[in-house]
Design a protein around this ligand. Sequence first.
Ligand SMILES: Cc1ncc(COP(=O)(O)O)c(C=O)c1O
Length: 413
Amino acid sequence: MIGTRMKGLDVGKIMADFPILNRVVNGKPLAYLDNSATSQKPLQVMEAISHYYAHSNSNIHRGVHQLSAESTAAYEEAHSKAAAFIGASSMEEIVFTKNTTESINLLAYGLGSRLGKGDEIVVTQMEHHSNLVPWQQAAKRAGATLKFIEIDQKGELKMESIEGSITKKTRVVSVVHASNALGTVNDIRMIGEVAHENGSVFIVDGAQSVPHMPVDVKAIGCDFLAFSGHKMLGPTGTGVLFGRRDMLEETEPFIFGGDMIREVSFGESRWNALPWKFEAGTPNISGGIGLGAAIDYLQGIGMEKIEEQEKSLTSYAFKQLETIKGLKIYGPPPEKRIGVISFNISGVHAHDVAEILNGEGIAIRGGHHCAMPLMHLLGVAGSARASFYLYNTREEVDRLAAALEKVKKIFSV
Ligand SMILES: Cc1ncc(COP(=O)(O)O)c(C=O)c1O
């Protein structure tokens, strides 16, 4: 397939693993450019899930029978795969959740005892609502103050604001690694150092970084890392919270019930070992196993190669989109971002852009991208957003650019 073979990555071969990419939408081949919302799933993930249901379906950590032992082993192995994927020390440091949102809520509740009146929590102005609203609520519960690291005109964090916001009063710093609305990749290693120098816990929202680049929890120096399995080829309803062992041991569970206990009397309970202390009730067993298969798939290709392919595609898309008069791209240049391009066409609502593109078989998102305060800061109600993954091609970018010219024609702008 012309144009799908990029440096070291055979995109044509990859596309063959994703049956949904053969769909025709409104008479046109589907170009799926809404990967920030959720990714598509390869056959290997679907097969892992159906194999589990066809062969081993059973509850985990409960039965001594063969099927239960197999399910338990497969589910635990998926934790080990996730640990290896992000450089965690062991599977005890990996809690399966249903998404990044749940991972961050777990922390906003579980770290509550660290927060008191007059304490400070620091996030940035470019957070997704899921790394903002839980901290607004935690601050309210504790009588703490929520502070924001500011962004500059280019959509990057201001250095002086990082140093100014994080102080000895800061108990929690929770920062997005890569912005879903601007594409900006933040220097989280440096922010983590400032957080730790001030005695704060450091949390990273990796929802948009972990699926697209190599992320190593020791290299970035975080205490916690939250991400979503469904954005990295895994099934919906899967997410991960990494926590350094000592930090997870200090963190209170957030949901209580079966499997998260070691011992229960009528009056008291003691918690189970890590990570099960945080996985109350029957978990999403098939989802976890599917996520393990997604990790195998990504590792089989290599995260460095995926990052390189997406960078090259993003630079190409920038060049194509920059030639369109009246189109404004938000955020930093391609070399400082992930494969997310947020834009507006002057005089056209982002929803109209998304709708016309849908008519061309192109799936993008139009709206506030769950970052309303950031949109207000940019002075817009929303934007159109194209977001790429390993199976996207230059032809799809060309179709995007042509469809945007069509939008302009329809609106005479
Ligand atoms: C940066 C960022 N954080 C958090 C989330 C929330 O992810 P989920 O909906 O899987 O909880 C998203 C989702 O788009 C995101 O882009």
